[in-house]
Design a protein around this ligand. Structure first.
Ligand SMILES: Nc1ncnc2c1ncn2[C@@H]1O[C@H](COP(=O)(O)OP(=O)(O)OP(=O)(O)O)[C@@H](O)[C@H]1O
Length: 274
């Protein structure tokens, strides 16, 4: 019942992570971005379908975070445009949520877990009376049901990152942007959160753009992997991932196709470094 309510509220009608060839949720058109005379992004075009999960990999400094900031409306392209559902994104939108690696800075230390999630509900004008049930449901879904009254400082890194994700989902985003969200976490927590995020994306039908340095994480999560090349940042190879969903930490990673993709990405990255 609880999950049904969540999925009903959060779903946007496009079904779960099945890319379609119809209208793009995000359309990136010939985007460049320069800081002064330094060109950081050098002409990126990409369509991302509703419900699709795109993973972005590439060498340090190639512009992954900058690209994500443009998709969030936090950085303005020098030329070209980013469209969300056919409208040019002019700035931050409630339809787009971003999860940062640095969960410590993203959370308000003086608010409890429930208070931090409430922040997103307050921002979208959710009636006060409805908030406790939604907060409870989201915290339960992300495995923090028993920690609603804890402050961020009383929580582990994995719990804080879960909380940041719960807060973003409270925003009911159509697009979830993740900037190396699990980079600072241990392997087991990381795998658990990968599965939780995939589950939530499947329930809500959200479109996800996920930046990672971890090739296996990109394959495990993605429908497509965009390999960015540096100086200036541009799309190199695009790799389709046709592994079945739901994915499974053991079976998916043992799948011969997973191993083939890992080899392919490894070779691409190696070539880009030469
Ligand atoms: N506000 C800014 N002013 C000037 N240069 C910037 C600014 N933000 C980023 N850059 C530069 O843009 C380039 C791309 O940075 P970005 O953080 O997008 O790369 P990245 O691929 O995410 O790197 P990493 O993998 O190390 O996180 C870097 O050379 C960085 O120094």
């Amino acid at each position: 019942m609880v999950v049904t309510q969540l999925s009903t509220r959060l779903r946007h009608g496009e079904g779960n992570s099945t890319p379609t060839s119809g209208e793009a949720r995000i359309r990136i058109r010939d985007v460049t971005l320069s800081y002064g005379s330094l060109q950081i992004i050098g002409g990126i075009s990409l369509d991302i379908a509703p419900g699709e999960t795109i993973c972005v990999i590439g060498p340090s400094g190639c512009g992954k975070t900058t690209l994500l900031r443009m998709l969030a409306g936090l950085a303005r392209p020098t030329s070209g445009s980013v469209e969300l559902d056919g409208s040019v994104l002019g700035g931050p939108s409630r339809s787009v949520a971003i999860v940062f690696q640095d969960y410590g800075k993203a959370l308000l230390p003086w608010r409890t877990a429930a208070g931090n999630v409430s922040l997103a509900l307050e921002a979208r004008g959710c009636p006060r009376a409805e908030r406790p049930a939604i907060i409870r449901e989201l915290l339960e879904k992300i495995g923090l049901g028993r920690h609603a009254d804890k402050y961020p400082a009383e929580m582990s890194g994995g719990m804080q990152q879960r909380l940041q994700i719960a807060r973003c989902l409270a925003q009911e985003p159509k697009v979830l942007l993740m900037d190396e969200p699990f980079g600072a976490l241990d392997a087991m927590t990381r795998q658990a959160l990968q599965d939780e995020v995939l589950g939530l994306v499947a329930i809500t039908g959200a479109t996800m753009v996920f930046v990672t340095h971890d090739l296996e994480e990109a394959i495990y999560l993605g429908d497509r992997i965009i390999c960015l090349q540096p100086n200036p940042g541009r799309v190199g190879r695009v790799v389709d991932v046709r592994l079945v969903r739901p994915r499974d930490q053991l079976l998916t990673r043992e799948d011969p196709e997973f191993l083939r993709l890992r080899r392919e990405l490894y070779d691409i990255i190696k070539d880009d470094h030469q």
